[in-house]
Design a protein around this ligand. Structure first.
Ligand SMILES: Cc1ncc(COP(=O)(O)O)c(C=O)c1O
Length: 363
């Protein structure tokens, strides 16, 4: 059993994948080839956003976005400590200060009720993370941002395809950033990512930063990065995009099955709120005996993972950014355990996983 099974997916799309890769090899436009623009257009349609800018990774999507809105040294960006390091890393890289606000214990997303008291005159942006595939309370977060004139950047690296009220993740705030890292819900076979916005000015600046700050060829009007996505990776995402809506359906079905079972057994899990969906980049439960449960599942050849063992504000490189305490984040980091989750997880495997966890809990 795989934690995330990319092979079954690849077998299903092999012909289309090979056709698209061959096409790139034939035309030879490896950088900013036609597949880049085709993908950007299709992703704009998928998310109903006006602008999609593909980039070299999810991390670079966040970095370029922060650069585009003019984050400077000493500025503060409010975010969650319970995330992959990239979220805080890009803030610190620009000399800005990640201000960590604690999370909700049920969703593991940033607790919007704690954001306003973290706003200072230095605050420039809020960067909520749609953790495990589920958006945060974006409406409330956008309201706080409007009140204080802040920009909201959704770190949607894990939530591409998730719904929040009537909208799709990446189109829930000023800017949305996603990742096409292979294990993400929509992944490529290397590094890749995308920025989404409805703001033409921000889109134009992101495009220029992606290309070393060039307004036109060899004319560099701003400091930029080498942040382009490869044409080959775009071709791979294009191939996967066709089956993506049905893969999301499968993820929802498996997530529901897991949810119903764990609820019936009173096994604690990450909860989803009613006005949104999760695409379950991770399916995560809580356990007070994580190590023992991990070993029990390992004996049954069930792989697991921990997202995340340490909140970012406990990491040595980020400890100086700590202001207040984030006890919820500290606590859940000792209890979270992610289970196998991918669209091709069979019912038989799901049953085996659920039964094994039930047996452990009954001990
Ligand atoms: C929440 C979050 N933010 C940012 C990233 C960075 O994406 P990438 O690995 O494509 O740079 C990831 C990917 O692991 C992530 O999970």
């Amino acid at each position: 059993m795989e934690f995330i099974d990319l092979k079954t997916q690849q077998d299903r799309i092999k012909d289309d994948l090979e056709r698209r890769i061959k096409k790139v090899l034939d035309h030879g436009n490896y950088i900013m080839g036609p597949e880049i623009f085709e993908l950007e257009e299709k992703l704009e349609t998928f998310t109903s956003t006006k602008h999609c800018i593909t980039v070299s990774s999810g991390t670079d999507a966040l970095l370029i976005s922060l650069m585009a809105i003019g984050i400077n040294p000493g500025d503060e960006v409010i975010t969650t400590p319970f995330t992959w390091v990239s979220t805080a890393e890009v803030i610190a890289l620009l000399g800005a200060i990640p201000v960590f606000v604690d999370i909700e214990s049920s969703t593991c997303n940033i607790d919007q009720s704690k954001i306003e008291s973290a706003v200072t005159e230095k605050t420039k942006a809020i960067m909520p993370v749609s953790l495990y595939g589920q958006p945060s309370d974006m409406q409330e977060i956008n309201q706080i941002a409007r009140k204080y004139g802040l920009i909201v950047i959704e770190d949607a690296a894990q939530s591409f395809g998730a719904k929040y009220k009537e909208d799709i993740s990446c189109n829930l705030s000023d800017i949305g950033c996603t990742s096409f890292f292979p294990s993400k819900p929509l992944g490529c076979y290397g590094d890749g990512g995308a920025i989404f916005t409805n703001d033409e000015n921000i889109a134009q600046i992101c495009k220029e930063i992606r290309l070393h700050g060039a307004e036109s060829k060899h004319w560099h009007t701003r400091i930029g990065v080498g942040g382009r996505m490869d044409t080959l990776q775009a071709a791979i995402v294009l191939s996967k995009l066709e089956g993506f809506p049905s893969e999301i359906e499968r993820r929802l079905t498996i997530g529901d099955r897991y949810n119903n079972f764990f609820d019936s057994q009173s096994i604690e899990r990450v909860k989803q709120k009613e006005d949104r969906t999760s695409v379950f980049a991770q399916y995560t439960i809580f356990s007070d005996h994580r190590e023992k449960l991990t070993n029990h599942l390992k004996q049954k050849k069930i792989p697991t993972a921990v997202h995340y063992k340490f909140p970012i504000n406990q990491s040595p490189a980020y400890i100086n950014f700590c202001r207040g305490k984030t006890p919820v984040s500290d606590e859940v980091s000792t209890r979270v355990l992610s289970l196998p989750m991918h669209p091709y997880l069979t019912e038989e495997d799901q049953d085996m996983i659920m039964k094994s966890i039930k047996d452990f809990s009954a001990k």
